[in-house]
Design a protein around this ligand. Structure first.
Ligand code: SF4
Length: 331
């Protein structure tokens, strides 16, 4: 099966003076060319999820490891290959207001990328392409063309942002907290738009969020990051309904499920004073189940066909090589 995007043992380390911070630690991951999927990358702030987004988009380079697009190291792409990569790997960011210049209409915003990548030969072709993208995100082209940003709601702006990526017919969409600044009433609508893009247009979506509830509703698979390392990964239903890693259990426990027997945010996880960050399990200082062995680094253990966790609580289970993480992620 052809590989579209591949991370091979990727680490990103930031240095400030003598201090080093590992924002992403030895991640291997594959997105396939012929099977689109929605992969959620979840974690709190500082988990490395935004670093991962920047690496996926080619905005920053790994400190260790390689990132391949269609089999080629993205740091070695030729000019035309880089243009293809830029066109086919698109982003939708958190702030639906950031890309709008108040003096330009929606039409202008959408036609800029089409012209930049020379994707249409005539005015009619440009307009058709824009109309197709707007329709795909659930907007009426005739109502939207000619409007200025202040005439649009936050939800409409975010859908236009998605349409702006879609005019390029991308293969991968990196959606970094795309609904966190949108009214709660419009979130489901935008998430459904993303799901439609994956199903109908074959776009793989890397959905980056701290919100497991939205992840549960749209993703096929999930990867939970903590301080740059994968804590647990697998099918979204398996991981969220039956979390096994103490950190995922903490995250899931903070979801306000409609269950009267459960107190919101109820958790018995308390931070401990000891910390072995960098040497052992990164969750050690917060983990109530920490053991002596946790002062060494836990490998990934395969718990179910589509569930793996980096935790010594499962040391009786077979190990999964870090390079094989994608085998635990259903599409
Ligand atoms: Fe807790 Fe140890 Fe598992 Fe880390 S490896 S999550 S410290 S039990």
């Amino acid at each position: 099966m052809a590989t579209l995007l591949e991370f091979k043992n990727v680490s990103k380390i930031y240095k400030r003076g003598k201090t080093e911070t590992t924002a992403l630690d030895n991640l291997s991951l594959t997105l396939k060319d012929d099977e689109s999927t929605i992969l959620t990358v979840a974690g709190e702030s500082g988990s490395g999820k935004t670093t991962l987004a920047m690496l996926l988009l080619g905005f920053i380079e790994p400190t260790i490891g390689q990132i391949y697009y269609k089999g080629k190291d993205i740091s070695l792409l030729s000019g035309s290959e880089r243009m293809t990569f830029r066109k086919e790997v698109q982003a939708v960011f958190q702030d639906p207001f950031a890309v709008f210049n108040p003096f330009y209409t929606v039409e202008h915003l959408l036609e800029v990328p089409i012209k930049r990548f020379k994707l249409a030969k005539s005015r009619t072709e440009i307009r058709d392409r824009m109309a197709e993208a707007l329709t795909a995100v659930g907007l009426q082209p005739d109502e939207i063309f000619g409007r200025f940003p202040h005439q649009l709601s936050g939800g409409q702006r975010q859908r236009i942002n998605i349409a702006r990526a879609l005019v390029l017919r991308p293969k991968v969409l990196v959606a970094d907290e795309p609904v966190s600044m949108v009214d709660a009433s419009l979130r489901a609508n935008i998430l459904e738009t993303l799901r439609t893009l994956q199903r109908n247009y074959g776009v793989s979506i890397v959905y980056i969020t701290h919100d497991l509830t939205t992840a549960f509703h749209i993703a096929n698979s999930i990867m939970v990051l903590y301080r740059g390392s994968v804590m647990e990964a697998g099918g979204v239903e398996q991981v969220i309904k039956y979390p096994q890693h103490p950190y995922t259990q903490l995250l899931v426990d903070s979801i306000p499920w409609p269950d009267l027997s459960r107190r919101w945010g109820q958790t018995d996880l308390e931070p401990s004073e000891d910390t072995v960050i960098g040497k052992g399990c990164k969750f050690y200082s917060r983990c109530p189940k920490a053991m002596e062995v946790c002062k060494t680094k836990p490998p990934l253990y395969q718990l179910e066909p589509y569930q793996t966790a980096s935790c010594f609580l499962f040391k009786e289970k077979p190990q999964l090589e870090a390079e094989s993480l994608s085998k635990a992620l259903p599409v």
